[in-house]
Design a protein around this ligand. Sequence first.
Ligand code: ADP
Length: 192
Amino acid sequence: MFNLVIFGPPGAGKGTQSAKIIEKYNLAHISTGDMFRMHITQNTVLGQKVKELLSEGILVPDSITINMLEEEVNNNPDVSGFIFDGFPRTVAQAESLDVFLKAKNEEISLVLQLDVNEDEIKQRIAERKKVSGRADDDETKLIRRIDEYFQKTVHVLPYYEKQGKLIKIEGVGAIDDIFANITKAIDNQLNR
Ligand code: ADP
């Protein structure tokens, strides 16, 4: 299996690039943010639990997130690999993902870090807000999400760097140019 993590701050373009990666490499896409939003829309028990957290831009507790993710992986037994989008967002999530995959004789193959500076993020999300309808795209909520990113999520980078799995991709530029750099990194890893 080829298991990819796409990593980056809110608004880095993880969703956009994931869609292109899936199409080219035929991987199963798991976006924890999309999954939470689906639960909220469908008003499930889980959705009711996390609704407030999402709208405030606060991370959902690890135990809830990890359980949901593992269930989704287990529900897709016959795929050639996964792209994890928005997960792991804490070191505890990264560690538990390793343990979970190892039990299946699998591992993370590659972590792509979409590198985008804070000013660009703020601009992009202000643009996105006009169409997204996402409560967490509000400016004050966005500041919260960026805080969460710098307090909890950035620490995932050294975790994967130590494993030699991290590749940084310039995330500012034309979507297709960014994608070209992503495909180079993936193809390199696949041809090892
Ligand atoms: P973004 O555009 O900020 O990257 P996502 O759609 O990935 O947004 O996530 C939206 C929200 O869902 C997060 O702000 C957080 O509340 C929750 N969430 C998503 N993934 C995780 C995760 N791995 N751990 C904890 N909370 C998460």
